[in-house]
Design a protein around this ligand. Sequence first.
Ligand code: IPD
Ligand code: CA
Length: 305
Amino acid sequence: MADSATLKEYLTFAIALAKEAGALIKAASEKRMADGGAVLVKYENPADLVTETDQAVEKFIKERLAATYPDHKFIGEETMAAGAETAFTDKPTWIVDPVDGTTNFVHGFPFVAVSIGLTIGKEPVVGVVYNPLMDELYSAAKGQGAFLNVNQQLPLLRAPLQDVSQCLVATEAGSDRSPAVIDKKIQFIHDIVSQLGAQAHSLRCTGSAALNLCHIAKGVLDVYWEVGCWEWDVTAAIVIVNEAGGKVYSGASTPDPRPVNIFSRKYLAIRSGSEEQQLKVAHQLWEIIPEIDAPRKPVPGGFEP
Ligand code: IPD
Ligand code: CA
């Protein structure tokens, strides 16, 4: 594990990189608005869009990381989509989503972020998530706290965590739209908000896994559950949630209070509160979270299904 000065150096670097990447995303978004919304979609799968901006921003980040830290490893959404193989090792590994919330980016809905995480010894230790459209930068390094715009310590809201009936809950449709998956997600939503179910305060979908987690860190969401997102969506934000006193579990329907596996594609996050209260809320959720398959290729050293 790196010492705290080294982690601080990586964090400072990642913040500067996220700001530069964010400027590229913002310029691309403003250009689209000025052009009246010319569509930049490069690969059209209606549930999983990819734009030129996703690819350009990942290339920018990947090249900058390789020039600065040539020995470090890299896992990025677009690099993996292009067929790269992943092996997860103890070496410093940057896990990057150039644009989280690509569908939002395409529609001009302003929950869009670049996400830059770092693992060392397979543990997420540095995370930066920057939404350039709202100019909100979330950052954390292990043992050094989590911050909004570098100087506001997270969580901002610290009300005691209550029963799930008092919670604001986030989830997403995700990119697997097969009826078997969507029916279970709709059932979960029904069970969370209906009078016959947990009757939580309400439900939110921001369209960005990274920003849902950052809102957990901020304390403005109480619970976030999703099946189907990937390590690049969550690694940076997991550090931010942990440092803000929140918890992220590999959120299957079976209670599993072990630390989250970033490759699990199943995540349940609870905002800060006492450990007892967090586990109570997690258990209430595990009662209603459905079993959903989220298959993936094995990741040697990281995830063997
Ligand atoms: C997606 C977003 C979305 C989540 C999907 C992710 P992308 O990432 O985070 O909120 O529901 O599971 O894949 O495609 O915008 O980078
Ligand atoms: Ca993403």
